[in-house]
Design a protein around this ligand. Structure first.
Ligand code: CA
Length: 239
């Protein structure tokens, strides 16, 4: 059965482009050009994903996001927020409001589809509640005790390294941008300067030193030039 996506955005050209692209990928797409219509549609049916623009006529995207989160009927649906370029504050507020991800306009349709796929792959909350461990290849994370094991032996990670690893393992196989990693690991401490994005690279280098067999030839966390990083499961045979 096709996954259902609700787009709430008042820029008609953008919403048409996004809808066409998503339909071409096999998703069933519904659109609303203002917040009130979006809210009525969100409550009237169940969706696998809602994409919300922040700036909407009438009821704005942030209020709508909070309403969706606070309503038991809709609280579990993943939400991607769209923000206008340069409104850094909006990004942070967007994440505090309960959004799962955000994109800054203008963005490429390819990156948009990649973010949509990441949200579609997320386990449903019912599954994730039951889940107390993550595992991929030779790595296992005990989520209740916040402990990491490689081939059964404990690996000691700092808090940020641990958070990075769990974000990677939850998005296995997907290319994650530095912005995505900053938003999901650093959150409110979000650093805005371009040079601060190096913080991500530094933490990834530290994480690689702890989980890779050869940190200079990483096989679990790969660098994807110009885009970010990708985690893949890896379990080399014992030698
Ligand atoms: Ca708008």
């Amino acid at each position: 059965m096709a996954k259902k996506i609700l787009l709430v955005e008042d820029e008609e050209r953008l919403i048409t482009n996004l809808a066409d692209k998503l339909r071409a990928e096999g998703y069933e797409v519904f659109t609303a050009l203002d917040g009130e219509t979006g809210w009525n549609m969100a409550r009237g049916s169940s969706y696998d994903l809602i994409v919300l623009d922040i700036m909407l006529p009438g009821l704005d995207g942030l209020s709508l996001c909070r309403m969706i989160r606070n309503d038991s009927q809709t609280s579990n649906v993943p939400i991607i927020m769209l923000t206008a370029r340069g409104t850094e504050v909006d990004k942070i507020v967007g994440l505090e409001s309960g959004a799962d991800d955000y994109m800054v306009k203008p963005f490429g349709l390819g990156e948009f589809l990649a973010r949509v796929r990441v949200q579609m792959r997320r386990p449903t909350p019912a599954q994730s509640l039951k889940k107390d461990r993550l595992s991929a290849g030779d790595l296992t994370v005990d989520l209740t005790g916040s402990r990491v094991f490689k081939k059964g032996a404990e690996v000691r990670l700092s808090k940020k390294e641990y958070m990075l690893l769990t974000v990677f393992m939850r998005n296995e196989g997907a290319v994650l941008s530095r912005d995505f990693l900053i938003a999901n690991v650093w959150g409110e401490d979000y650093l805005i300067a371009e040079s601060d994005k190096r913080t991500v690279d530094v933490h990834i280098r530290w994480l690689r030193e702890k989980i890779e067999d050869n940190p200079s030839k990483p096989e679990r966390i790969s660098t994807v030039r110009g885009l970010g990083y990708r985690f893949d499961r890896f379990d080399p045979p014992e030698d």
